[in-house]
Design a binder for this molecule. Structure first.
Ligand SMILES: NC(=O)c1ccc[n+]([C@@H]2O[C@H](COP(=O)([O-])OP(=O)(O)OC[C@H]3O[C@@H](n4cnc5c(N)ncnc54)[C@H](O)[C@@H]3O)[C@@H](O)[C@H]2O)c1
Length: 271
């Protein structure tokens, strides 16, 4: 990919799933990666995968909702790897539940992890990138494009990420900052997020409600029949298929793309 060699990236939620794939794929292009997550063992594993294939990476404990920690992460990145020119705001959770039974505490937790974090990460990246430029990539979802039963808070958080990213892109352009901002919208991607959220949903929702969610069979894993129906390509996506888009957006191959929502969903939203 064009001109990524020697650059520095921060990837939040880099211990698992799409975040890990982003770290590995960016490192393969010669990018030094700061892997951050609350899951220290998972982050260490991501770093080990990168180092094994000759790449450069370090990890740091980072709760993306912690404003003070963001300052420390940016300082660490600059001192250990250099000023970042790629920021991937990827960390996220899916807290499911029917609206009438949903608590304000869960709503606020969902917003803090999925949306406050994207504001904090984008602000930190803009401050760091304002002179030399960069690319900010925010993970939204197809749930940020349309509604789904039982995941209203998740939809709201991802819809917020979508429009915040557009606003940030316009603001960067109008301020004359050499920074692009885009949102990425995966469909059903085979990662641990499904087990985590479905397991939790089955505690709080009826089987019918859980079965209404895309990709969920009401059990603890992705259901092949449900996916085949939901995704015209007939299979879930692989984390690397999202990471390839992130690498493109990080690179100069996308130098005139900003403020856009890029969907990677096997044609789920095409009908
Ligand atoms: N997998 C999918 O089908 C899918 C679809 C659309 C969007 N997404 C989005 O992609 C992103 C990555 O999801 P994934 O599927 O790889 O999930 P995942 O559960 O495999 O990885 C998410 C990572 O975020 C980390 N995390 C959670 N809370 C955190 C916090 N407070 N601070 C720092 N890290 C935290 C977790 O520890 C985990 O390592 C999320 O934003 C998710 O909403 C995923």
């Amino acid at each position: 990919m064009k001109n990524l060699k020697g650059r520095t990236a921060i990837v939040t939620g880099g211990a698992s799933g799409i975040g890990r794939a982003c770290c590995v794929c960016l490192a393969r292009e010669g990018v030094a990666v700061l892997v951050t997550d609350i899951d220290d063992a998972g982050s260490a594993e991501t770093v080990a995968i990168i180092k094994k294939s000759g790449g450069k990476a370090i990890s740091a404990h980072h709760d993306v909702t912690d404003e003070t920690r963001w300052d420390e992460i940016m300082t660490l990145c600059e001192s250990e790897l250099g000023v970042p020119s790629v920021m991937v705001n990827n960390a996220g959770v899916a807290i499911g539940g029917a609206i009438m039974d949903f608590s304000l505490a869960d709503w606020q937790k969902q917003m803090a992890i999925n949306m406050d974090s994207v504001f904090l990460g984008t602000r930190a990246a803009m401050r760091a990138m304002k002179l030399k430029g960069g690319s900010i990539i925010n993970l939204s979802s197809i749930a940020g494009l349309r509604g789904a039963s039982g995941v209203s808070a998740y939809c709201a958080s991802k819809g917020g990420v979508r429009l915040f990213s557009k606003a940030a892109a316009v603001e960067c352009g109008q301020l004359g900052l050499p920074i692009r901002v885009n949102s990425v919208h995966p469909g059903i991607i085979d990662t641990p997020i499904w087990q985590k959220s479905i397991a939790r949903m089955t505690e709080t929702m009826s089987a019918d409600q859980v079965a209404g969610l895309s990709g969920s069979s009401g059990g603890n894993s992705l259901n092949a029949d449900v996916i085949a129906q939901a995704a015209p390509m007939g299979r879930p996506g692989r984390p690397e298929e999202v990471a390839d888009l992130v690498v493109f957006l990080a690179s100069d191959a996308s130098s005139y793309i900003s403020g856009q929502e890029l969907v990677v969903d096997g044609a789920m939203t095409a009908r």
